[in-house]
Design a protein around this ligand. Structure first.
Ligand SMILES: Cc1cc2nc3c(=O)[nH]c(=O)nc-3n(C[C@H](O)[C@H](O)[C@H](O)COP(=O)(O)O)c2cc1C
Length: 300
């Protein structure tokens, strides 16, 4: 099983956002699997200290996947044996990041230039981790829509699930995700498929499910809106933004120093209060806060 909790909904890896606090909240509202933000395989290999906090799992988390990015099968083979990776039940490989800093190293969506390399990386992770291995890709790169070929290469390498974000690398996050292209991948792969792109409510969720995908992944629709999972599943829920923010702060304090919690939470709070009455004033107060006590007082 990829997800738990009878849920086919997955929280996407979101750099700077899908931390342990956000994941705990998303699980509470019905996510069946949550991913960490992407973590550099090379960073782990060379002992970069900044990556350690990104790998913290809260005691309440039930089914969290770690997402790694990189381009060298040998490095992947090594780091997936580390205890800090082995504690995760699922390992995801990033094949979709469009950011130049990443693709210029041949990582992220640049992997889609070589289905052969995709095969080797997935095989290296599968053979050396003993874990459930998933991959996340886009529709293609360099004007080429080769997601089908890449998905088959990942499947051949031993991937247990493939996520397709229905945009090419060049589209970044603009335009509309192409659900027909996702449906065409579903027609040819045997492993479970997860559809991603523009799912924010029950209508878009149902549209995505019409493609035949087994799972649905949500990123932007869950930022500051952990209840989106209950809402999409048409389940009753209660939500209090104050409680959510305070719980989020509390969970981050378990592993981040105060200054980092402040920086992370200022961005998260901007999402939590987005569209709310008085949100501008709350954001201004949050950005001006100089201690966690001050930040919490805004919500207490
Ligand atoms: C701020 C931000 C950070 C992201 N970080 C990652 C990441 O670390 N790994 C990844 O595979 N995708 C990342 N993505 C892409 C999302 O996981 C997702 O594929 C994309 O946003 C489309 O889904 P959505 O329409 O539900 O937002 C990021 C997206 C955003 C907006």
């Amino acid at each position: 099983m990829i997800t738990y909790n009878d849920s086919d909904l997955i929280l996407a890896p979101i750099a700077g956002y899908s931390d342990a606090g956000m994941r705990v909240l998303c699980f509470r509202y019905g996510a069946g699997l949550c991913y960490t933000e992407m973590v550099s395989a090379k960073g782990l290999f060379y002992g970069n200290e900044n990556t350690a906090a990104l790998l913290h799992i809260d005691k309440e988390e039930k089914n969290t996947g770690v997402q790694l990015f990189g381009s060298e099968p040998e490095i992947f083979a090594e780091v997936v044996r580390y205890d800090c990776i082995q504690k995760f039940p699922i390992i995801d490989i990033n094949m979709g990041c469009p950011v130049r800093k990443i693709t210029s190293n041949g990582e992220g969506s640049a992997l889609m230039r070589s289905p052969e390399l995709i095969y080797k990386i997935v095989r290296a992770v599968k053979d050396n981790s003993g874990k459930t291995v998933t991959v996340k890709m886009r529709l293609g790169i360099d004007g080429l829509q080769n997601v089908q070929e890449c998905a088959l290469a990942a499947q051949e390498g031993g991937a247990d699930m493939i996520t397709v974000h229905g945009r090419t690398k060049e589209q970044l996050y603009g335009g509309k995700a192409d659900y027909d292209a996702i449906a065409r991948v579903k027609e040819i792969v045997k492993v479970p498929l997860c559809g991603n792109g523009d799912v924010t409510d029950v209508v878009s969720y149902r549209k995505m499910k019409e493609t035949g995908v087994d799972y649905v992944m949500i990123a932007r629709g869950a930022m500051g809106r952990p209840y989106v999972f209950s809402s999409v599943l048409n389940k009753e829920y209660q939500y209090d933004v104050k409680e959510a923010v305070l719980l989020h702060i509390d969970r981050l304090c378990a592993f981040f120093p105060e200054k980092t919690v402040m920086n992370v939470m200022k961005k998260q709070i901007a999402c939590y209060v987005y569209g709310m009455r008085g949100s501008k004033a709350i954001k201004e107060k949050a950005f001006a806060a100089s201690s966690l006590t001050e930040l919490k007082e805004i919500f207490q």
